[in-house]
Design a protein around this ligand. Structure first.
Ligand SMILES: Nc1nc2c(c(=O)[nH]1)N[C@H]1C(S)=C(S)[C@@H](COP(=O)(O)OP(=O)(O)OC[C@H]3O[C@@H](n4cnc5c(N)ncnc54)[C@H](O)[C@@H]3O)O[C@H]1N2
Ligand code: MOO
Ligand SMILES: [Mg+2]
Length: 418
């Protein structure tokens, strides 16, 4: 007789996982290695940005007060006393109706307080004429206008992206303190599995979950070790799982978590003495997703069905990995969309449907990404989001407002629409 499993809500399952996850600590990496890592200290401005008043345009630095009476009828003449390229410093203060030629980014010379663009002047033998008045500060990029010394600009726990790299470089961080990254172990289970390069045989399929999980980890910047594919043989499976746990920080398996004769994961957890945190979740696909704990190492027992496997990773492994790395942003970003088609299947459990969202004239529309059963692989490839349909409904109709969880950032648009 199969033991009945007690399903728990998704939010509770996530909490049960996160209760057992701690950040792995911090390390220093070179700035060039920091992309994609999690900051473990805030970025605090060590100086004003910009660090000095500078010209925002190529033109002339003047005293605005000298231009007060300039007009097309009564242009005011200025005499140029020198030139300042970016990186250079003007050595004399400018006097009445004097100007420096100055380039974008160059330090403003003493007593200059405005820049006039070349285009707004008429050249003369010793300088230029100006046809309109300037105000003090015109076309100047002010010291500290972007960031003030001492300001906290980015909090610890934030993922480093190219903009963050620019900021770190601005403040001279040749090295950055970031969260340590875990190493993941991956094991695909199933006697039916073939390697990617094997020809198909009756009753067999290629292992798509293993490479998919590796890519899901890659997308998060996480290194993984693959322990290949295990035949459904309990002793052999136990040995591989024990070895993988010794060599990695957490383990992801796929397949073998349900109640079939060869679904050995429950027996493996028992043999190695792991505590099962849950083995049934009120979600579709992936209701049999199981997470267990041995010491401080998590074992994510993802379903063998590809859509369920993919979903289990994003819902449970992802936030745990984010926390291990010290991130404070554990979950997939979400937003609201209008359901673009009916989904009339009853919803005993919350559904995470592989969907495609796009911005249209009617707002954000989310449609199904195609064949949407738990065993689907095609819709994972086409989807760019999960459409979340909470349980307890007889289905959802086109036009409903739904939550969607956004996946990755690989997708783009084929046409510029703005
Ligand atoms: N009597 C019951 N049977 C099943 C239940 C249940 O509650 N009672 N749950 C069903 C649901 S829902 C799911 S989901 C699956 C979960 O199965 P397992 O996690 O035990 O996975 P397997 O049985 O090993 O495989 C399921 C399916 O996925 C294919 N698979 C497995 N590994 C891979 C891989 N690496 N790449 C691609 N495809 C893979 C496998 O061949 C099977 O077709 O159980 C239901 N049954
Ligand atoms: O766990 Mo299964 O994927 O619910 O369909
Ligand atoms: Mg099974």
């Amino acid at each position: 007789m199969v033991k009945l499993r007690e399903p728990i809500p998704v939010s509770e399952a996530i909490n049960r996982v996160l209760e057992h996850v701690m950040p792995l600590g911090e390390e220093k990496v070179a700035l060039e290695e920091a992309y994609g890592r999690i900051l473990s200290e805030p970025i605090i401005a060590t100086h004003h940005v910009p660090p000095f008043n500078r010209s925002a345009f190529d033109g002339y630095a003047i005293r605005a007060q000298d231009s007060t009476h300039a007009s097309p009828q009564h242009p005011v003449s200025f005499r140029v006393i020198g030139e300042i390229g970016a990186g250079h410093v003007g050595d004399k203060p400018i006097g009445e109706n004097e100007a420096y030629r100055i380039m974008t980014g160059a330090l403003l010379p003493d007593s200059a307080d405005a820049i006039v663009m070349f285009e707004n002047t008429v050249e003369t033998s010793d300088g230029f004429r100006l046809m309109e008045p300037l105000k003090s500060g015109d076309n100047v990029s002010f010291k500290g206008e972007d960031a003030k010394e001492g300001e906290v600009l980015i909090e610890a726990g934030t993922k480093i992206h190219p903009g963050t790299i620019a900021l770190l470089a601005t403040f001279g961080y040749a090295e950055v303190k970031v969260g340590k990254k875990p190493v993941a172990g991956i094991v695909a289970t199933g006697t039916e599995l073939l390697n990617v390069s094997d020809p198909l045989e009756p009753g067999k399929i290629r292992n798509s979950n293993g490479p998919m999980i590796q890519a899901q980890l890659d997308r998060m910047g996480i290194e993984s070790k693959s322990y290949g594919m295990m035949e459904d043989d309990l002793d052999a499976c136990v040995r591989i799982v024990e070895r993988a746990l010794e060599e990695t920080d957490f383990l992801i398996t796929t397949g073998g978590v349900s109640v079939g004769d060869y679904d050995y994961l429950p027996a493996i957890y028992e043999r190695i003495g792991a505590t099962v945190l849950f083995d049934k979740v009120m979600m579709r696909p992936g209701s049999v997703t199981t997470v267990a704990l041995l010491g401080d190492k998590l074992l994510f027992g993802l379903s063998g069905n590809p859509s369920a496997c993919f979903t289990g990773f994003e819902l449970y492994a992802r936030p745990a990995i984010q926390r291990m790395m010290g991130s404070t942003e554990l979950f997939l970003p979400h937003m609201q969309a209008t359901l673009g088609e009916d989904f009339t299947k009853a919803n005993p459990f919350t559904r995470f449907i592989r969907g495609v969202w796009e911005m249209t004239d009617e707002g954000i529309i989310a449609r199904l990404a195609g064949f949407n059963k738990s065993n689907a692989v095609s819709s994972i490839a086409r989807g760019n989001c999960f459409i979340v349909l909470p349980s307890g409904s007889e289905g959802y109709t086109k036009g409903c407002q739904v939550d969607i969880l956004l996946l990755g950032s690989e997708q783009g648009e084929s046409v510029w629409r703005l």
